[in-house]
Design a protein around this ligand. Structure first.
Ligand code: GLN
Length: 226
């Protein structure tokens, strides 16, 4: 690989890592970055290398993921890596939970988190009765998706999804809310960004819409040219 390669790691503990891989490659192609992108599996502490520019933490089960991370002594390497603002991290669903500094409705005794986002996340926010649904997500920051002819709604796939119930610092920007009546609260926050960390409660890797993967790649590219 040439020195200018952009290395994106995907935490391959569980969840849609192969779907993320496919979507990243497709998004890279549309952005003309495909030749530069190298995707690497992250399964152990040694895989969390400074040579990675981006990291995706897919969905799954945050308690299982947290246990795997602590049993394999990956937590501090991940935390150190994420703290470097040149490193771009994206958590989807359980990945968002892992990146929250606080969670609600967690297992008795707590659950290990990686942290990084100044938010409180409620696990299984939509309740057990709604295990999975698809719903329009309203994108709040339209500058993120500036391409012409693109709607400001995104079809979000939610699977036992969490939601952001509280933002605890002004550093956090709300990127998307649920616009329809999936819950009593019409403005449920389902995507946030805090500097180099992106979190979505839904699963863009399970749709054909590449906007979130493109956005993640653009975050990486913007840091690279700085
Ligand atoms: N609610 C799940 C958890 O607690 C996350 C579900 C998902 O990632 N699809 O981890």
């Amino acid at each position: 690989m040439e020195a200018s390669s952009i290395r994106v790691g995907i935490l391959e503990i569980q969840g849609g890592f192969s779907e993320h891989r496919t979507a990243i490659l497709k998004a890279a192609e549309t952005l003309g970055m495909k030749e530069k992108i190298e995707i690497l599996s992250v399964r152990k502490a040694a895989d969390i290398s400074p040579a990675l520019s981006g990291l995706i933490i897919p969905g799954g089960e945050s308690t299982t993921m947290g246990l795997f991370i602590s049993r394999n002594n990956m937590a501090s390497s991940l935390q150190e890596w994420i703290q470097d603002e040149k490193h771009i991290t994206w958590g989807t669903c359980a990945g968002l939970i892992m990146l929250a500094n606080e969670t609600e409705k967690q297992k008795i005794g707590g659950q290990p988190l990686i942290g990084g986002l100044d938010i409180v996340v409620s696990r299984n926010y939509f309740g057990r009765q709604v295990n999975s649904f698809q719903e329009k997500v309203k994108i709040m920051d339209k500058s993120l998706f500036s391409e012409a002819n693109i709607p400001d709604h995104f079809e979000g796939v939610f699977i036992r999804a969490p939601a952001v119930v509280k933002v605890t610092s002004p550093k956090v920007t709300t990127l998307a809310v649920l616009s329809q009546s999936c819950s009593d609260n019409p403005g449920v926050i389902v995507a946030v960004r805090q500097k180099n960390i992106l979190g979505t409660a839904f699963h863009p890797e399970l749709t054909e819409d590449l906007r979130w993967h493109s956005y993640f790649l653009k975050m990486i590219a913007s840091v690279q040219v700085d």
